[in-house]
Design a binder for this molecule. Sequence first.
Ligand SMILES: NC(=O)c1ccc[n+]([C@@H]2O[C@H](COP(=O)([O-])OP(=O)(O)OC[C@H]3O[C@@H](n4cnc5c(N)ncnc54)[C@H](O)[C@@H]3O)[C@@H](O)[C@H]2O)c1
Length: 321
Amino acid sequence: MLADEVKTIAVIGLGTMGPGIAQAFAQAGYYVTGYDVNPRAAETCKKVISGIVEILKEFGRISPSEERASLDNIAYAGSLGQAVQDAHIIIEAIPENRDAKRELYRQIDDSAPEGSLLWSNTSTLNIFDLVPPHRLGHAIIAHWFAPPHIIPLVEVVRESGVSSETVQTTVDILKKLRKVPIVLKKYLPGFVINRIQRLLGREIFFLLDNGYIGAEALDLAVKASIAPRMMVLGLVQRYDFTGLDLSASNLADESFFDPPIDNHPNALHSKIKKGDLGVKTGRGFYDYSGLDITEILKKRDRHLLKVMDGVQFCLEKGRLV
Ligand SMILES: NC(=O)c1ccc[n+]([C@@H]2O[C@H](COP(=O)([O-])OP(=O)(O)OC[C@H]3O[C@@H](n4cnc5c(N)ncnc54)[C@H](O)[C@@H]3O)[C@@H](O)[C@H]2O)c1
C-alpha cells in the first residue's frame, strides 16, 4: 500500500502511548479508530487528547483546522474486529508482553484487510516472529518516544521479510506527520536509542551508588553540557570536534575503567523496595508528593515545547557541513 492510499488508522491500546499517537494521525487528517480492552480507556483517552490539543495550541503548534481534526477524527470501537476491519494501518500499542502481542496479532489477522500494514510500538521485542507469517511483508516496528505528541523521532525497524513498499510507506506517512523516521535495516533488541540509554544507565547508577555525585547535581551537569551540545552535534560528529586522536586516547585510557555490570543497582532497587517508583507514586529520585501528576506532566510538556524551537532548528537547518 502506498502512502497516498492510506486514510484510516486503528490504534489498539490506549494507555500511555496510544492517545498521543492517535492525536498525531488525527491532526494530520487521518481517520482514527481507537480500541482498548479496558472499557474506561476511551474516556481517559478523550481527556488526554483534549489536554494535548490545549497545550499544542498554547505553543502555536496546531492550527484551528488541525485542532478540530484532532478532536473530530477519532472514533472509539467496542470490539477489536470493529476497530481494524477498515483500517489501512493498525498500530499496536499494548503492553510489552510477547504472548499478549502474539495473541493480538492473531486476532487482528481474523478481521483486518489483507493488505493493511501492522505497526508495532514495541520498545524492544522482536515482533517479526510473532506476526502470522503471511502478514510479515506488511509488518514493521514503528517505535515512538514519549511524549509522542512532542518528541519527533520514530525508530522504524524492518526485517528481511518486510517489503520495501511497507518501509517506504511507513517513512512517507511519518514524514507527513512531521515526525523524524530513522530506519534500522534489521532487528536489534532495544533498537538504537534505548540501547544508548541502557548503557548510560550503567554509568549513572555506578556514579550514584558509589556516592560520587547526587541525582540533582548529575542532572544539572548534563543539562549544562552534553545535552545542548548533542542537539547540535549528535553523538558521532562530536568526535570530529574533540579530535579523533584525543578521542582514541581517551577511549584507550585504562585509568577511566568501565563501571562493573550491575543489573540490580542499589540506587534503583532501594527506592523500588520503598514503593517509590517515580512520578506515578509521587516520589522517585525527586519528590513530587502533594503535586498533581497531570500538572507535572503538563509542566514537562511545556518545558519540552519551549526547547522544541531549538530542536527543530537543529533538525532542519542545523547541519554544519
Ligand atoms: N510508555 C512509554 O514511554 C513507551 C515509549 C515507547 C514505546 N512504548 C511501548 O508501547 C507499547 C505500549 O506501552 P504503554 O506504555 O502505552 O502501555 P500501557 O500499559 O500504558 O497501555 C497499554 C494499553 O493497552 C491495553 N491493552 C492491553 N491488552 C490489550 C489488547 N489485547 N487489546 C487492546 N488493548 C489492550 C491496556 O488496557 C492499556 O490501556 C509497549 O510495547 C511499550 O514498550 C512505551
